[in-house]
Write a protein that binds this ligand. Structure first.
Ligand code: 5GP
Length: 197
């Protein structure tokens, strides 16, 4: 019996801690590949092309979209983001797990194509804490922060589309919960059956 590979989708409001949790998860799980998205958003200080994102022009993005090179794509806060499908399929075929850190619109598209994906919503302990984290991060101008904050209530209304909700009030605890979810998902009978040869 092979260990089934999982497609794991993490969503949640900006500042909920998805990025930090993804990095920690990848460090602890050797067979977990974190997908690198393409985006038209300007690079933030410290970000590296090909590591944090593939930073591309809107023209390049539209070309990739037209060629069907995205598993999903969405316009988020005025910029385009998309998951290149090739690497995701490659990694799943190799038997690795794949982690996507994407917005809700993208997650809903993935759900249609990969119904066996594991969909996890990360929430902050409170709206005030969320605002504090975004401001502390110091990477976004005030108008971007305002825009992101104004989307939060709407984003939270999509929680029921997900399989799990993890409150990120403490990084260590949230990480343990994510690892427990992955472990449990790998034990589910419908995943085992497809692997018995
Ligand atoms: P940021 O600009 O802060 O890196 O990301 C903004 C939002 O875009 C976050 O909610 C992030 O999860 C989402 N995002 C990042 N990459 C993708 C992607 O490939 N597809 C979709 N749909 N959303 C993405």
């Amino acid at each position: 019996m092979k260990t089934p590979s999982l497609l794991i989708v993490l969503s949640g409001p900006s500042g909920a801690g998805k990025g930090t949790l993804s990095k920690l998860l990848v460090k602890e799980m050797p067979n977990l590949y974190c997908s690198v998205s393409a985006t038209t958003r300007p690079k933030r200080e410290g970000e590296v092309d090909g590591v944090n994102y593939y930073f591309i022009s809107e023209e390049e993005f539209m070309e990739m979209k037209a060629k069907g090179e995205f598993l999903e794509w969405a316009k988020v806060y005025d910029n385009y983001y998309g998951t290149p499908i090739k690497k995701v399929e490659e990694q799943l075929r190799k038997g690795n797990d794949v982690l996507l850190e994407i917005d809700i619109q993208g997650a809903l598209q993935v759900k249609k194509r990969f119904s066996k994906g594991v969909f996890i919503f990360i929430v902050p302990p409170s709206i005030d804490e969320l605002k504090r984290r975004i401001i502390k991060r110091g990477t976004d101008p005030q108008e971007v922060i305002n825009k992101r904050m104004s989307c939060v209530q709407d984003e939270l209304s999509y929680v029921s589309e997900y399989d799990y909700v993890v409150v990120n009030d403490n990084l260590e605890t949230a990480l343990e919960k994510l690892k427990a979810i992955i472990t449990a998902e790998k034990c589910r009978p419908h995943r085992q059956k497809i692997c018995i040869e």
